[in-house]
Design a binder for this molecule. Sequence first.
Ligand SMILES: [Zn+2]
Length: 301
Amino acid sequence: MLDTVTGAQTETGSSSVGPARMHGACPICAGAALKHLWQVNGYSIARCQNCSLVFVENIVTPEELNAHYSAWDTSYADDNTDCLTYYYEILRGLIESRYPQRGKILDVGCSAGQFLEVMKGWDCHGNEISPPFATIAQQRFGDSIVTGLFEDYPLQEEYFDVITLQDVFDHLRDPIAVLNKCNSMLKPGGLIVIKVHNISCLYAKVMGSGFYAVMPPTHLFYYDKGTLELALGKTGFQMVDSRFIAHLLRLRIIFYRLASGSRQSLFFRISRWLEGRWLGEAKIKKNLHDIITVMAVKNPA
Ligand SMILES: [Zn+2]
């Protein structure tokens, strides 16, 4: 599977020089008809004409991503934690409606362990690529937090009841390989939960490349319900739930996002003006269907 990715990775060995290599076909359905959509941050973004997956055509190397995340500004994530808890509580309810008996849960991309903190009564495990965040999570959960890439996470077959990937699945270079690994690690009937941005919401359609989630190389894939269901179906899962859960956001962060990183933008100046004012700190319940949460069950062998 995924010969377009793995084949190219083999070819781009350390001796390889020259222009950036590109996916020749869709990484999910292998369709070869790709329509170029936008050029953003020096990366080309295309839509598969067959399954409608939107993705970064450039094959980004692990070294490139490491360099990108090393320069990552972590202050924003910290800033938003208490708003994220609102979402975590809803997600906990959804998971426990299927797993009232609780069990073993793995949060891939667990950050500082904020979601696991909400999952009291569960046997909590986490994986986090960023050492500063992983260290905080380890202070809470000890050895059950593993620092590093999910590819390097020790494979434990049929070990977990639930695996969650929140705000991480669209960052991954090889989503199919990750889903296959999750499938191996889940018990039969185990649950996978994926939360990502929804490229097919009206807001994304109106904004085009200005949609705040379009930010390569941070986000390499841009999913919707259909492409998530396709990827899950190809890797031994059956999608059982798909929904748009509201998020709480501070008003100043809404304007910050609308600015899409442009300091010249009026939105950016409004967000700066709101900083430290009670109005800017006011929490707004937002649901533009721009975030999709899907749940899928591992198929019986
Ligand atoms: Zn496709």
